[in-house]
Write a protein that binds this ligand. Structure first.
Ligand code: NAP
Length: 279
């Protein structure tokens, strides 16, 4: 049986650490979350961020904009927040309506407040392995999880399944920055089991329940499941947990693995933003 990579336990430790640090600040760090429209999943994710943020003593300002908001109004709101010295982090909850220019909206956030790490300045810093930037929260959470369990990354073969700008690519870059040899797989990859079998560390970020089975793994591996899909009202990861955990050395569950760490990592980024803006 594999050791479970317990994201909730690590999240709780991060929460304690954040609470004690925030208590000692002159003012409370404030995160602005801009929500455009009313996607039900976004409501759930924002609810989790508000709950965690408040539990560690941060202020979370949930700004709701209507589905038919104009680009001008969204960018205007972001510019107000950019110049508000009491707001330290700004995120736009994705997805946003198709008619809006997502890239232009993200680029309008000042990089110092881009705690989701999606602005091109922060993407470049991740490319350059420059620690002054913000790493996207899910990626940061994956690295935190591996480090917490003393999983050696340097020199290991890592396979990341998924190549999105939000999860797959930044996670591949972060692992590369930690000296792993990284292979990125995607929907056009031929023979996924052959690629994953050759890995020491597998990170799956697809959103396809049951994609990673016992035929994809071998003993001694570390498997982190980032995928989340609702199936019959239940949250499912990409990994066929029951059969894979019998084979590998470490495995993260869904729920209770990467998800809780994503939220905690966002607030670690917020504290870093606060400190940067109050240095
Ligand atoms: P996405 O933009 O839909 O990207 C999915 C990726 O999976 C794409 O690169 C796609 O390849 C690849 N893919 C699809 N089918 C595949 C297959 N059969 N074999 C190999 N690769 C395949 O999704 P995302 O935003 O990156 O999110 C990925 C998953 O992580 C989702 O389930 C999402 O809900 C979850 N997520 C979880 C957290 C968390 O906190 N736990 C945070 C963010 C996201 P192509 O590029 O070729 O299409």
């Amino acid at each position: 049986m594999a050791t479970i990579l317990d994201g909730k336990a690590i999240r709780d430790e991060i929460a304690k650490d954040l609470s004690s640090k925030i208590q000692n600040l002159k003012s409370q760090p404030k995160l602005a979350i801009i929500q455009i429209g009313d996607v039900p999943e976004s409501n759930t994710y924002i609810g989790q961020k508000i709950k965690f943020g408040q539990s560690v003593g941060a202020i979370v300002d949930h700004i709701k904009l209507p589905e038919d908001v104009t680009m001008e109004d969204v960018v205007g709101k972001i510019e107000d927040l950019n110049s508000d010295t009491n707001t330290h982090g700004i995120i736009v909850q994705l997805p946003i309506p198709q008619n809006l220019d997502k890239a232009a909206i993200i680029e309008s956030i000042t990089p110092e407040k881009d705690v989701d790490g999606l602005h091109s300045v922060n993407v470049k810093k991740l490319l350059d392995n420059d620690p002054s930037g913000y790493i996207p929260a899910t990626t940061k959470g994956v690295i935190t999880m591996l480090e917490h369990y003393n999983v050696t990354i340097s020199g290991k073969n890592a396979v990341v399944i998924g190549r999105s700008a939000l999860v797959g690519k930044p996670t591949a870059l972060a692992l590369l920055n930690h000296d792993a040899t990284v292979t990125v797989c995607h929907s056009q990859t031929k023979d996924l089991p052959k690629m994953t079998q050759a890995a020491d560390i597998i990170i799956s970020a697809v959103g396809s329940p049951g994609l990673v089975t016992k035929k994809h793994v071998k003993p001694g591996q570390v498997v982190v499941d980032v995928g989340t899909t609702i199936v019959d009202g239940k949250l499912k990861g990409d990994v066929a947990f029951e059969e894979v955990e019998k084979v590998v050395e470490f495995i993260s569950p869904v729920p209770g693995g990467a998800g809780p760490l994503t939220v905690a990592s966002l607030f670690q980024n917020l504290l870093k933003a606060y400190e940067g803006q109050n240095a």
